[in-house]
Design a protein around this ligand. Structure first.
Ligand SMILES: NC(=O)C1=CN([C@@H]2O[C@H](COP(=O)(O)OP(=O)(O)OC[C@H]3O[C@@H](n4cnc5c(N)ncnc54)[C@H](OP(=O)(O)O)[C@@H]3O)[C@@H](O)[C@H]2O)C=CC1
Ligand SMILES: CCCCCCCCCCCCCCCC(=O)[C@@H](N)CO
Length: 314
């Protein structure tokens, strides 16, 4: 199943900002006839994004009443929906089914993190992390799996490089992104008629990234230093480039690719799914043997010194 921007009905969750918005812009500008549906919780943000993209006054919110003539006359639409709530996602898919606008591609971009030390997180932040980063994908995937459509669907999940290497500061986030990776492995076995891709981005400079920087502990910034933030545009272009080449486990920077190579195990270890797989396998084994033990020593030292410095400050 080839990845192309053309001739699609693409559902983009998290389309109101950041990478999701960037994908919406990309499809709008670079395809002639693809239909784009952006989804997030805040309707006002979604309609603003559409106005900005189309440079027109009105933005169309999809509902059961949307007519076929409105659909054929426009290319981009929105549906406000909290996709961490199962029933809301059911409602959204019912609308899409009733107006005959079921997606051929789903980009599950919604997600985000609140980096802090575990003990400093509030209960809302903890459960928000689970909802935003896991339930969103789970609900979308389950509805897609149950769809009765003759067309093949390409599901694209957005995990994170922290799924390969969970570290201090990301307790609210990385475990869910790692869960996503496990879910993807199982869905690939259970849903052979789907194309299922998973993107493991490194840092990129989105609205969400700017906010997470505000609470991110210095030690977290220090460890993730090798993943220098790229722009949303560059990130989006890279992902499209890899998907077009047929890869399904996609990273957006070199350190992400190296981390993936260290963490190839059962079900993740499949020929052709990621770039230079054979090299990755050998390199991963060698790095695990030679470099990882020393790096982890260094990392524990880094963390210990940081804690000591914190104690002295108090
Ligand atoms: N930026 C980075 O450095 C990295 C990001 N990622 C991942 O890439 C993806 C995109 O990131 P980024 O562009 O930074 O994200 P942003 O934080 O900038 O945007 C998140 C989007 O998700 C939407 N959203 C959040 N919760 C829900 C929900 N329950 N239902 C519907 N929509 C929701 C938000 O809209 P609203 O609030 O209106 O609902 C918003 O549109 C995320 O999954 C993120 O975890 C991975 C690695 C690095
Ligand atoms: C041989 C061993 C080398 C080890 C080097 C370790 C380098 C770690 C880089 C991790 C980058 C993680 C980026 C996460 C981005 C993200 O998901 C957040 N921005 C949340 O939104």
């Amino acid at each position: 199943m080839k990845y192309t921007l053309e001739d699609q009905t693409v559902l983009i969750t998290g389309g109101s900002q950041g990478l999701g918005k960037q994908f919406a812009i990309k499809y709008y500008q670079e395809s002639r006839n693809s239909k784009i549906i952006i989804v997030s919780r805040a309707a006002s943000k979604l309609s603003k994004v559409i106005q900005e993209i189309t440079k027109q006054e009105d933005a169309i919110e999809l509902s059961e009443k949307t007519t076929q003539s409105v659909i054929s006359a426009n290319r981009i639409f929105y549906i406000p929906c909290d996709i961490s709530i199962y029933a809301s996602v059911s409602g959204m898919f019912e609308i899409l089914q009733s107006i005959n606008l079921l997606p051929t591609q789903i980009l599950q971009c919604a997600g985000g993190s609140t980096p802090k030390l575990f003990k400093d997180l509030t209960s809302e932040e903890l459960s928000g992390g689970v909802q935003m980063n896991y339930l969103t994908s789970l609900n979308i995937a389950h509805h897609a799996a149950k769809l009765l459509t003759s067309k093949k669907i390409h599901l694209i999940f957005f995990s994170s490089a922290t799924a390969f290497f969970p570290f201090i500061g990301y307790s609210q986030y990385a475990p869910l992104k790692a869960s996503l990776r496990a879910l993807v492995s199982i869905l690939r076995q259970e849903l052979p008629n789907f194309r299922i891709s998973c993107v493991y981005p490194g840092n990129f400079d989105s609205e969400g990234f700017k906010i997470e920087e505000l609470t991110k502990p210095e030690i977290t910034k220090e460890i993730e230093g090798p993943s220098y933030p790229i722009s949303c545009e560059e990130c989006c272009d890279k992902i499209i480039w890899w998907l077009e080449k047929g890869y399904d486990d996609v990273t957006t920077d070199t350190i992400g690719w190296i981390l993936m190579s260290i963490d190839l195990g059962l079900n993740k270890n499949v020929y052709g799914r990621s770039f230079l797989y054979i090299l990755q396998l050998i390199l991963g084994a060698l790095i695990n043997l030679i470099i990882v033990p020393f790096y982890m020593l260094f990392c524990s030292y880094q963390i210990k010194s940081w804690f000591n410095k914190q104690e002295k400050k108090q």
